[in-house]
Design a protein around this ligand. Sequence first.
Ligand code: SF4
Length: 297
Amino acid sequence: MSQVVVFVGQVCNNDCIMCSVSVNKKRVASYEELERRLEKNRKNFDNVSFTGGEPTEHPDIIKLFKKANQLNYEGIKISTNGRRFADPEFTKKLVNLGLGSANVAIHGTKDEHNYIIQKNGYDQAIQGLKNLHENGVYTSVDSVLMKPNIEKLPKIWQQAAEMGVKSISIVELTPYGMEKSKYEKLIIPFVDKKNFFYDNLSCFEKFELVHVTNFVRCILPVSLPRNFHYVSYYTKQNRWSFDGLAAKNTEMLKEKIEVCNKCKYSDECFGFRVKRLDAFGEENIKKMMEIDNFLKE
Ligand code: SF4
């Protein structure tokens, strides 16, 4: 299914510690600009996904949904911090205009989530998730994996499963727009990330789908569980189209290192962020590679 991701601009009242929106100059796309993009993309795409920043904070979000609905996009999706969906009327409006799927960012249990977003938004996000779910919207809980939440994510996933959420998404931390020192406080060593995936295999079984997004393949178990949906920068470039302000090729920062030459995923991978090597260097990568066999046959 073809999907265009439409960035509405860098608008968001959260101040997430890992987000590039707050450190960049804020710019919001005008309704007219977004209307043109929706019309132009309809020729080639059946589905549209609104993202930002926080798309629900765009002043014309209702009008944008009306437009997408008029253009008969088959699927309308949103990536959101969930806070505005705590309002049942707002939720119903967007559902009536075709909202069928929502990725709600919840990064941990209450304390970690509120620390990560630097606001008291947890209760609203959970209420938003409930409202969306109760209105028949297909929901996914999205979490960026990092030091402050690695211990607590299984708890929020347990809660999501009890609410009937069918899908989760685990997203790799990206250094884009972030000071090196800050990135180094948040990033998890490769070996620990790999162990995290192995340690939580039984938790992942609770969901129909587990999206693992932007990780290099060698961080994940060599045999992916049946419900894992692996999305990398490499696969995204072939399947999705990005249209808008924040579309940026973070792959410029990636390169292959020695270990990649022998790896069976070498032909479908951009490699590591060599300048940072995720802050822990090649030694940490070598240790991670000892856990699984990624050698070419
Ligand atoms: S090519 Fe390199 S970065 Fe990509 S999966 Fe293989 S070892 Fe990892």
